[in-house]
Design a protein around this ligand. Structure first.
Ligand code: ADE
Ligand code: ZN
Length: 334
């Protein structure tokens, strides 16, 4: 392979955007519902005006964001609507050269809307089957504040659908109103059933929330950025090789951090904590995965070899087993 021309810092002169696109990478923290763009919402419900959509997607603070997220989710009122959202999302991931995605479905919100999970899951899995170039694993997410019984319903379906493409379970929603410890037994059962375990934690609550996620067996942490305040926790994350799924734009937009400058991303990296980059809810945070990598370079000073490592991490920390993934995925990198 021909080597690239290097600048004074050892970085290739290839345009950053092209470089990031060319990396074989996975997206591991991505909510289907948070990926739905206004135009897709209008396709689903033509009575919506763009002004109305914009108004409802305008929020401030974490609580405001959750409200906007629920508003979008309510518009997805049929399996066909979820399938359309999946198609649009996978087209966008293809554009970014994302080879593998673990997409979270807010199954807990489906139950709350009194929609059945299974037909929606069937529809999105079938749609993903139309994209043989992108491997997809599904994560069924319960909502912390809806409690243990509702989560048990979600995770039972995850167990049943393991063969057809569900790779993991998680809990999201409001960290302050549903401690991870409530879900300890359910996480144990899910692990025994062969499901991966992730958990949103340490996004708006402190490091204790991440400790709890680890205690219930989480193998990845959604966000987890408050771990930076707790050296002992950083050591455990390193030792046990538990990655944080960091979503830079999300954290600024929800107010989890006050600015990119205040974000602990670089410090977590320098502390040797395993990290992967994700978008969380790209439509609500006006981002995509290419932009998140670009931020890592432009705002946090990540060199190209560090971006390569981030991309490699995203493949390494996936839940789906190697056996079912094409080797081509791992033929890195530019
Ligand atoms: N659901 C979708 N995005 C979320 C986030 N950032 N935190 C918690 N729950 C979510
Ligand atoms: Zn999330």
């Amino acid at each position: 392979m021909q080597s690239e021309p290097l600048d004074g810092n050892g970085n290739s002169e290839t345009n950053l955007q092209d470089f990031v696109r060319s990396l074989n990478k996975a997206e591991l923290h991505l909510h289907l519902e948070g990926s739905v763009q206004p135009e897709t919402l209008r396709e689903i419900d033509p009575s919506l005006s763009l002004d109305e959509i914009r108004e409802n997607l305008h929020y401030s603070g974490f609580a405001g964001f959750l409200k906007a997220y629920v508003w979008v989710t309510k518009k997805l009122n049929s399996p066909e609507a979820y399938a359309l959202a999946t198609r649009r999302l996978l087209l966008d991931l293809r554009r970014q050269n994302v080879r593998y995605a673990e997409i979270t479905l807010s199954a807990g919100v489906l139950l709350w809307k009194q929609q059945k999970i299974e037909p929606v899951l069937d529809a999105v899995i079938a749609e993903a089957g139309n994209f043989p170039d992108i491997r997809v694993g599904w994560i069924l997410d319960a909502i912390r504040q809806f409690g243990v019984e509702e989560a048990a319903r979600v995770f039972a379906i995850a167990r049943e659908c393991r063969e057809s493409g569900v790779v993991a379970i998680g809990i999201g929603g409001d960290e302050e109103r549903g401690p991870a410890e409530w879900f300890a037994q359910l996480y144990r059962n899910a692990h025994e059933a062969g499901l991966g375990l992730t958990c949103h934690a340490g996004e708006v609550c402190g490091s204790e929330s991440v400790w709890q996620a680890i205690r219930i067996g989480a193998r990845r942490i959604g966000h987890g950025i408050r771990a930076i305040d707790d050296p002992e926790l950083l050591e455990i994350l390193r030792e046990r090789d538990i990655p944080l799924e960091v979503c830079l734009s999300s954290n600024v937009r929800t107010g989890a951090v006050s600015s990119f400058e205040a974000h602990p991303f670089r410090r977590l990296w320098d502390a040797g904590v395993p990290l992967v980059l994700g978008t969380d809810d790209p439509a609500l945070f006006y981002t995509d995965l290419l932009h998140e990598y670009t931020l890592a370079a432009d705002v946090f000073g990540f060199a190209r070899n560090e971006l390569r490592k981030l991309a490699a991490n995203s493949l390494r920390y996936r839940f789906q087993s190697t056996a079912s993934l094409a080797n081509a995925l791992f033929e890195q990198q530019p």
